[in-house]
Design a protein around this ligand. Sequence first.
Ligand SMILES: *[C@@H]1O[C@H](CO)[C@@H](O)[C@H](O)[C@H]1NC(C)=O
Ligand SMILES: *[C@@H]1O[C@H](CO)[C@@H](O)[C@H](O)[C@H]1NC(C)=O
Ligand SMILES: *[C@@H]1O[C@H](CO)[C@@H](O)[C@H](O)[C@H]1NC(C)=O
Ligand SMILES: *[C@@H]1O[C@H](CO)[C@@H](O)[C@H](O)[C@H]1NC(C)=O
Ligand SMILES: *[C@@H]1O[C@H](CO)[C@@H](O)[C@H](O)[C@H]1NC(C)=O
Length: 269
Amino acid sequence: MEKTVCSIATAPAQKSLSCLLKKLRSSIILLLFALVFPCAVAYDPLDPTGNITIKWDVISWTPDGYVAMVTMNNYQMYRHIMSPGWTLGWAWAKKEVIWSMVGAQTTEQGDCSKFKGNIPHCCKKNPTVVDLLPGVPYNQQIANCCKGGVIAAWGQDPSAAVASFQVSVGLAGTSNKTVKLPKNFTLLGPGPGYTCGPAKTVPSTTFLTPDRRRKTQALMTWNVTCTYSQFLASKNPSCCVSLSSFYNNTITPCPKCACGCQNKKSLCR
Ligand SMILES: *[C@@H]1O[C@H](CO)[C@@H](O)[C@H](O)[C@H]1NC(C)=O
Ligand SMILES: *[C@@H]1O[C@H](CO)[C@@H](O)[C@H](O)[C@H]1NC(C)=O
Ligand SMILES: *[C@@H]1O[C@H](CO)[C@@H](O)[C@H](O)[C@H]1NC(C)=O
Ligand SMILES: *[C@@H]1O[C@H](CO)[C@@H](O)[C@H](O)[C@H]1NC(C)=O
Ligand SMILES: *[C@@H]1O[C@H](CO)[C@@H](O)[C@H](O)[C@H]1NC(C)=O
């Protein structure tokens, strides 16, 4: 226990002591978890296997690219993605453009001046995508979309732990040999904290038809896994934050600095 409780002895942490003690009663198990798991980057000590997966299923080829269903699953035990919701970014590997989207939109169109007639939804090399708000017209919706970017934690509400949108990509490969996977995925919750790995081609997802009598299969599937780290989320990570600000800072307010404030090494040995 000594190691984490370390900085309680230091002066600026006085306030946090009462907070910690209050939490202690209800969070003794969480506290034990916090003590058992050592500090690490891109790692949430309270939910060491938690992650958010982003899966792209190519569902059809088009004359100049493909249409993909993008599905995000929040496989975290406690951490919801709260309002104002997720922001997903990536970098195209080639000169791809987004012709259209259903269930989400990019924040910027970018420079589409070289297009005449049909203008793409987005021409940026690094598109940034956000969810639509509830109540958008029905023809802009798709299953699991349009919740203002809010995704529940799988450990709390598995049925609401998913978000999806559809994207039609142009100037892209048109077969599983020529498609280049998008690179450098970034995921923001309401703030920083997530690190995403590279996209990897995985076995194609199979889907059951609505009557459940037939299986169909994506033409190509790739996955990206993102993990959360307290240390990326906050410059002054603190024991108190990791114990109590899980859902809502307002409900369980805490001083910004509980330990490791002057000397981060005191938190991480
Ligand atoms: C993602 O989280 C799920 C649920 O905790 C776990 O089963 C899976 O192994 C994790 N995947 C990775 C790549 O960490
Ligand atoms: C590409 O698709 C063909 C035909 O559907 C399949 O046989 C092949 O295994 C796929 N290749 C890859 C790399 O997925
Ligand atoms: C991805 O990020 C790396 C490192 O920041 C950078 O070197 C590379 O050019 C990026 N790739 C693309 C396609 O933007
Ligand atoms: C890819 O992601 C999906 C959805 O989260 C998951 O069910 C599947 O197991 C993942 N595949 C691999 C090979 O990680
Ligand atoms: C936190 O809780 C307060 C009071 O219940 C509420 O007003 C606020 O919107 C919540 N914040 C978030 C980010 O959910």
